[in-house]
Write a protein that binds this ligand. Structure first.
Ligand SMILES: Cc1cc2nc3c(=O)[nH]c(=O)nc-3n(C[C@H](O)[C@H](O)[C@H](O)COP(=O)(O)O)c2cc1C
Length: 170
């Protein structure tokens, strides 16, 4: 699968088959995170692989009851380990860095026939307590991962003419 095919075929998947994710595939997805770029190559991140059924159910509860999270064979919890670093442009490095790594993992998962869904709606304090994440570390996203048990259709997107302008902001 070439990159654009993965980008265009990827969907947010919210139903997963009760099939385990092979170690080899999981490793390749995690490798995609490891190889992704970060500001000044600092790599201030940690990705927690959650497979324990009870823990996944509790993560689903921390995500306002999005129960499909508990049904996924794997939940990846993506954390920024240095939340103080602000880039010269004013953006916190960790949200950008960890988000890029998540995007790379999502595309790699798609290439391997696996589905994911970015989860941004969760109570961070509950997730941190559950997974024993230190106070200074921030949870950026959770990614349930598994073989899709649904084939969502493409969601609409704005046209290029609405989001691109040339030479100056219009
Ligand atoms: C930052 C972010 C947070 C999101 N949070 C959630 C979430 O908590 N629960 C959920 O079901 N989907 C979540 N999504 C998925 C979006 O709803 C989805 O990407 C969007 O509707 C477009 O659909 P598509 O991914 O299938 O193209 C999130 C996506 C992003 C990028």
């Amino acid at each position: 699968m070439d990159v654009f095919t993965a980008i265009s075929q990827r969907r947010s998947v919210r139903a997963y088959k009760a099939i385990e994710v092979e170690e080899e595939k999981l490793k390749k997805i995690l490798e995609a995170a490891r190889l992704s770029p970060s500001a000044s190559n600092r790599q201030e991140w940690k990705f927690i692989v959650v497979r324990n059924k009870e823990t996944k159910k509790k993560l689903a509860r921390a995500a306002f009851g999005q129960s499909f999270i508990g049904e996924a064979p794997v939940v990846l919890v993506a954390c920024g380990t240095e939340s103080k670093a602000i880039m010269a442009c004013g953006q916190p490095a960790y949200t950008v860095d960890v988000s890029i790594a998540c995007a790379f993992m999502i595309l790699q998962a798609c290439d391997l026939g696996l589905g994911t869904c970015w989860i941004g709606a969760f109570k961070e304090d509950e997730v941190k307590k559950l997974l024993k994440i230190p106070d200074s570390v921030r949870v950026v996203a959770m990614l349930p991962l598994g073989y899709p048990d649904e084939g969502p259709s493409q969601r609409s997107r704005k046209g290029l003419d609405q989001i691109i302008c040339f030479e100056k902001f219009e």
